[in-house]
Each structure stands twice: as structure tokens, then as C-alpha cells.
Design a protein around this ligand. Structure first.
Ligand code: CCH
Length: 352
């Protein structure tokens, strides 16, 4: 008999699906932030990719050079050790996957598991050594505005529309005073990808936060709406494609509150004529402080950016479609895929 063929292990789509599933399993942790490592894993994949320079063809997700100092110590990467460490057991379980592919697959997985669109994935990134670390200053500075964003993302090869779509990722996660110095989440649902970032940018009255920290915007938003059953939801927002967890404007909150009051009173009339009319459940209402960075706010101040913000605020499906395309491009910047590399999509764990 001929000896059985043994060669190097060539992982298949099924092998990567196993890694995806293992990552999906470690996203949740009640002791961490808002209960999920999803947002910080998305940030890791983005910071690994966003160092790309199209002219010198340096940086990008091929290399995972953020494992090494000086890149790991760059100010923009503060806090990403939490994400890298979270993935170590996965790397130990699947030693054949490169860190570069693992970090990007974790970003893909986190986006999908947090209710985002499907992000196609191609494998083949190779890890590189410390000599491939990029210089500091390649990632955006949150205190700067439109010209800076165009310069930074233009260097990677992105258009205005792509910049706006990508920044919609700020529906996820939060700022940490011990990382960037900024403070707070952008939306009510930091572990769900929605178009709420764009809606909030447009609809709220943002003020400078009064504090000793770096200049950022804040707003205090009243939310009764999220506690109202969806069938009582305001008609003004039922026609758009905002998810149930999605942000509702102050007007929508008020409309929902009014409808709840009406329903309460008519139920009282019909069924409990002799009992005093009960008051609406105001004890369930709340308010929460949300934030925006100066860089975020420039997306509505600049008219060429703003038209894309308006579109994505109205149409979550369009946001998801464009976000998926822009993120796929981001995650593949500077990766020398072998010819014929297949594109795979992985099913979210809820659909398995
Ligand atoms: Fe971002 N981001 N980001 N961001 N970001 C921060 C956090 C997240 C900027 C600045 C910051 C993108 C673009 C920009 C995420 C995804 C993306 C923080 C807080 C700052 C500051 C960090 C902290 O304190 O923990 C700026 C400026 C830009 C310019 O456009 C893009 C693009 C993406 C992804 C596609 C995610 C997710 C977070 C939350 C991380 C967490 O730990 O919750």
C-alpha cells in the first residue's frame, strides 16, 4: 500500500467556522463593560487594519504587529490589551490560525453576533515581526475634525461615504477615561449594531461636557420609549427600519408616553369603572448621558459628510449594506491574498 499522504495542515472553511464559533462563545462576560467583549474586539480589528498607508503599502491587518511595543504602546491603542488577551485561549485552542487572521475574524464575528450585517472573510494574513510595526499617528485623533478624518482615511484609500459608514461602528461600545480619556457610550444599546449613532447625531442637542477631561459633547436623553411594548410604539417611527432596541427621539418618547396614558385610561373606563384611574408607569422612565467625540460631530457639521449621515439615519438597511462593504475593505487593506483565495461567510451563532 502507498503510505498515506501527510502534508502541512491546510485549514478549511469548516476549521475557520470552528474558530468563529469559539470566539462567539467568549464574547459575553457580565463582569466586563456592558457585558460583552464585542465592541473592544471590533476596535482591535479596526486598529490593526487602520494603520494602512496606500502609498508605501505599509501597515494594515497583515502582521498583527500590535503584539509588539512600540505599536502596542501607541496612545490610540490604549486598552486593546484587554481584547488581545481575551483571544489568547482561542489562539491556544487553534494554534494554526495566525494572530492577524484571528483578530480580523474576531472583528467579523463580533459585528455579526451584535446584530450587524454579514461581513465576508478571506483567510491568509501572515504574522510579521516587530520590524513591521507602524509609526505612531496613523490612527485618527478624536479631538480633530473633518480635514483630519479625510487625511487619515484618505491615506487608507477611503471616500467620504466610506468614512461615514465606518464611523457608524460607534453605535457600539464606549469611551473609557483610563484609555482614551473620553467618557461614556454613544448609544443606549452599546452591544447591538444599529443606525442609532446617526439618528442621535442628528436629533439630539449636543452640548460641550463641563468637566476637566478632554473636550467632548454630551446629551442627557430621556428614555421611556424602550420600556413601551412595541405594539404601542409611535407611528412616526414604525415605518423606518430601526430595530426595537433602537434609539427613539425625544418626540417619539413623548408620543409613546401619551399613547400609553390613553390606553391606560380607556382600559380603566371599560373594565374597572369603579377603581380610580391608575397613573402611567413613570417609575420606569429614565435618562442617560450619551456622548459624541469632536471627530464624530464633524460628520454632521461638514455638509458632504452630513448627507451620508442623513441617509444612514433614515435607512438602517442601507447603512448595513455600506458598512459591510467598507469594513470588508478595511479588514483587507494591504493583505497579499494568494490568487484564488475563497471568500467565506460565517453564520451568526443564532442561526446555526
Ligand atoms: Fe472608534 N473610538 N474612532 N471607530 N471605536 C473609540 C472606541 C471605539 C475614533 C475614536 C475612538 C472608528 C473610527 C474612529 C470603535 C470602532 C471604530 C474611542 C474610545 C475613541 C476615542 C476608546 C476608549 O476609550 O476605550 C475616531 C476619532 C474615529 C474616526 O473616525 C472606526 C472606523 C471603527 C470601526 C469600524 C469601537 C467599536 C469602539 C468601542 C470600543 C470599546 O471598548 O467599547
Amino acid at each position: 500500500f502507498p503510505a498515506p499522504k501527510t502534508g502541512p495542515f491546510v485549514p478549511t472553511k469548516e476549521d475557520y467556522q470552528k474558530v468563529y464559533t469559539a470566539i462567539a462563545d467568549i464574547l459575553e462576560d457580565n463582569d466586563y463593560d456592558d457585558g460583552s467583549y464585542g465592541p473592544v474586539l471590533v476596535r482591535l480589528a479596526w486598529h490593526a487594519s487602520g494603520t494602512y498607508d496606500k502609498d508605501t503599502k505599509t501597515g494594515g491587518s497583515n502582521g498583527a504587529t500590535m503584539r509588539f511595543s512600540p505599536e502596542s504602546d501607541h496612545g490610540a491603542n490604549a486598552g486593546l490589551k484587554a481584547a488581545r488577551d481575551r483571544l489568547e485561549p482561542i489562539k491556544a485552542q487553534f494554534p494554526w490560525i495566525t494572530y492577524s487572521d484571528l483578530w480580523i475574524l474576531a472583528g467579523v464575528c463580533a459585528i455579526q453576533e451584535m446584530g450587524g450585517p454579514t461581513i465576508p472573510f478571506r483567510a491568509g494574513r501572515q504574522d510579521r515581526d516587530v520590524s513591521a510595526c507602524t509609526p505612531d499617528g496613523r490612527l485618527p485623533d478624536a479631538s480633530k475634525v473633518q480635514d483630519h478624518l479625510r487625511a487619515i482615511f484618505g491615506r487608507m484609500g477611503f471616500s467620504d461615504q466610506e468614512i461615514v459608514a465606518l464611523t457608524g461602528a460607534h453605535a457600539l461600545g464606549r469611551c473609557h477615561t483610563d484609555r482614551s480619556g473620553y467618557d461614556g457610550p454613544w448609544t443606549f444599546s452599546p452591544t447591538m449594531l444599529t443606525n442609532d449613532f446617526f439618528q442621535l447625531l442628528l436629533k439630539e442637542k449636543w452640548q460641550w461636557k463641563k468637566w476637566n477631561g478632554p473636550a467632548q459633547y454630551e446629551v442627557c436623553v430621556f428614555y421611556l420609549f424602550s420600556l413601551i411594548p412595541p405594539d404601542l410604539a409611535s407611528p412616526s417611527s414604525s415605518s423606518d427600519s430601526t430595530s426595537v432596541v433602537g434609539y427613539k427621539s425625544w418626540e417619539d418618547n413623548l408620543a409613546a408616553w401619551y399613547m400609553l396614558l390613553q390606553t391606560h385610561n380607556s382600559t380603566d373606563d371599560a373594565n374597572t369603572a369603579n377603581t380610580p384611574s391608575s397613573s402611567p408607569p413613570t417609575q420606569d422612565a429614565g435618562s442617560k448621558k450619551l456622548m459624541m467625540l469632536p471627530a464624530d460631530m464633524s460628520l454632521v457639521k461638514d455638509k458632504n459628510f452630513r448627507k451620508h449621515v442623513e441617509l444612514y439615519a433614515k435607512d438602517q438597511d442601507k447603512f448595513f449594506e455600506d458598512f459591510s462593504k467598507a469594513v470588508t475593505k478595511l479588514f483587507e487593506l494591504g493583505v497579499p491574498f494568494k490568487e484564488g483565495t475563497e471568500t467565506w461567510t460565517f453564520k451568526p451563532s443564532t442561526e446555526e
